[in-house]
Design a protein around this ligand. Structure first.
Ligand SMILES: NC(=O)c1ccc[n+]([C@@H]2O[C@H](COP(=O)([O-])OP(=O)(O)OC[C@H]3O[C@@H](n4cnc5c(N)ncnc54)[C@H](OP(=O)(O)O)[C@@H]3O)[C@@H](O)[C@H]2O)c1
Length: 349
């Protein structure tokens, strides 16, 4: 019984980057919102979106993540309607970069497109500002200065509180922040990246940079699109009415051979704890200092995922999950670790 957890769930909050604003450690992702269901990700209608958003707020979630491209604007629209009356109590994060129409300039991070996109996002969300406005990826066709100058204008015009990034490499994020610092621009405070037991790649470069710079990680697809629920068979087949079944392919990509061993381990830990595999996968992330963006197609999934806040993994269980999902440490990381872990220990008391 999911509701048996309800009274026990206790939301925690962390500050966003080096700002003074607090976000719940769990955010609700709106990628499944929008009845048109253009991306075959859920197609949630207004009624269920409103119910889900209201429940999220009741449980202390104050950050909602969407993007212009999610269901081509329908996600922002339904989220905006669901947040009516709550705008002053929540944080809205949305994104820009994706292609919104066939027009050659309706894509990317040019001044033209960013200015057009924020106007459209604000209209759809029915708000006068966005709390976190994220570059949805790198745009190699546009000079970086054009992008950061435009983002700064949005901050100065009061349309955006904090700039953020998504799907960028560490050197790209570091370059953006270095240029912003030189020019006295607002820092980029958040990095939204794919992070789950099935993909720990960002531990090589991105996470060390985020820790160094004090940015906050927002983990997208924490269940790796549903694979970490354990509902998909090793034959790679997926039934209708599931994300992978409806779309015909697995996304985010993952190493299937290693991946199913990880899923089996998640299932073992779930059995030990008497909970669902999905809840173990989420609890593993929650134990890290980040914001986890959950996604759901049904209220039942949403409630199950919320309840993962209440799970305490033992040290042994965390170690088991860490080890099975670990990756090969890359050079120069192992050299940096070696040089910095021991060479002065002898002298420091
Ligand atoms: N920045 C980016 O590029 C980017 C990319 C992707 C996502 N995101 C953000 O991250 C958010 C979360 O991503 P996501 O939706 O991919 O998260 P996810 O948690 O990895 O996958 C969610 C999907 O898994 C299935 N699921 C979830 N909970 C379940 C449960 N308890 N039992 C069984 N199935 C369950 C549902 O799909 P089915 O029922 O349909 O199988 C659900 O739609 C998005 O809403 C978006 O805000 C950002």
């Amino acid at each position: 019984m999911i509701n048996a957890y309800s009274d026990l769930i206790f939301m925690k909050y962390i500050t966003i980057g080096k700002t003074g604003v607090y976000s719940s450690i769990m955010a609700l992702g709106a990628m499944t919102f929008g009845e048109t269901n253009s991306w075959k990700l859920g197609g949630l209608n207004q009624e269920i979106v409103t119910k889900m958003v209201k429940k999220a707020i009741d449980y202390g979630i104050n950050l909602f993540d969407t993007a212009d491209v999610y269901d081509y604007g329908e996600s922002e629209k339904t989220l905006g309607i669901a947040l009516k009356g709550y705008r002053d109590k929540v944080l809205i994060a949305t994104k820009v970069r994706g292609q919104m129409s066939n027009s050659i300039n309706d894509v990317g991070l040019s001044r033209y497109h960013i200015k057009l996109s924020i106007k459209e996002s604000l209209r759809r969300l029915d708000t006068s500002w966005v709390d976190i406005y994220q570059l949805h990826g790198w745009d190699s066709h546009v000079p970086l200065n054009e992008t950061i100058e435009t983002m700064q204008d949005l901050v100065e015009d009061g349309l955006v509180n904090y700039p953020g990034v998504s799907n960028l490499s560490a050197w790209q994020i570091a370059t953006i922040n270095a240029r912003c610092e030189e020019r006295g621009y607002s820092r980029y405070e958040t990095a939204q990246m794919n992070y789950s037991l099935l993909n720990r790649d960002i531990e090589h470069e991105v996470i060390p940079y985020l820790n160094y710079s004090g940015m906050t990680l927002m983990a997208w697809s924490p269940l790796h699109g549903g694979i970490l629920t354990g509902k998909y068979g090793k034959d790679g087949k997926a039934g209708r009415g599931t994300r992978m079944g409806d779309r015909g392919y697995f996304f985010p990509f993952f190493d299937q051979e290693k991946g199913y061993v990880i899923v089996d381990t998640v299932k073992e830990v779930a059995e030990e704890q008497g909970v669902k595999p999905s809840q173990i996968a989420l609890a593993w992330l929650i134990a890290r200092k980040l914001i986890i963006i959950i996604g759901a197609r049904t209220m039942e999934q949403f409630e199950e995922n919320l309840a993962s806040l209440d799970i305490q993994l033992t040290r042994e269980q965390i170690k088991k999950l860490d080890e099975i999902s670990s990756y090969k440490e890359m050079y120069p990381n192992w050299m940096i670790r070696r040089q910095n872990s021991s060479d002065r220990d002898f002298h420091i008391i």
